[in-house]
Design a binder for this molecule. Structure first.
Ligand code: APR
Length: 177
């Protein structure tokens, strides 16, 4: 399935406002909420999200879990736990790549056709932006080329700097954005 700027795009804004099938949450391994995008998603989804998350009993780094979206415009939330940056020699690149692959795999299993990612691990977890967006775009592009059921993935940048990093990463893959 050819990849074009329609299937893999960059937006700047607040992921909690996107009416896509699923938004991805940069969670922690407890899945019990936190700050950053995790806090924003829980605030927008309402208390039922935390109730459902409690029943999941956490999530290991690199893996993903799915819940309903409740009061969010998105139907589902895919919660994934990114690695904390520790210099890059503790398996962080592989774990971050796994976050994208496992989130996309869950999306396919649930018939999700449109989804949006924040920049996993690029906030509190301190992952360098250029390295993280290179992994995000490379893994997602490879998955979409092999998986026609996903119609569109949006990388949601919370700042112009993050949007620029995604655009540069997509350009490096030969994908206009
Ligand atoms: N929409 C889109 N992106 C957002 C939003 C939002 N509303 N709020 C924050 N972001 C961006 C941040 O700017 C950053 O680029 O999400 C990216 C991920 O940052 P964090 O939310 O800090 O997530 P992460 O670095 O993966 O750290 C996860 O933070 O919030 C806690 O519970 C969470 O312990 C976990 C840790």
């Amino acid at each position: 399935m050819p990849l074009d700027a329609q299937r893999l795009k960059v937006d700047q804004g607040d992921i909690t406002r996107l009416a896509v099938d699923a938004i991805v949450n940069a969670a922690n391994s407890s899945l019990l909420g936190g700050g950053g995008v995790d806090g924003a998603i829980h605030r927008a989804a309402g208390p039922e999200l935390l109730e459902e998350c409690r029943r999941l009993n956490g999530c290991p780094t690199g893996e993903a879990r799915i819940t309903r979206g409740y009061r969010l415009p998105a139907r589902y939330v895919i919660h994934t736990v990114g690695p904390v940056w520790q210099g890059g020699r503790r398996g962080e690149p592989e774990l971050l790549a796994a976050c994208y692959r496992n989130s996309l795999r869950l999306a396919v299993e649930h018939g999700i056709r449109t989804l949006a990612f924040p920049a996993i691990s690029c906030g509190v977890y301190g992952y360098p932006l250029a390295a993280a967006t290179a992994i995000a775009t490379r893994e997602t592009a490879a998955f979409l080329e092999a998986e026609p059921s996903i119609a569109q993935v949006t990388f949601v940048a919370f700042s112009p700097e993050i949007a620029q990093a995604y655009k540069q990463a997509l350009a490096a893959l030969g994908l206009a954005s």
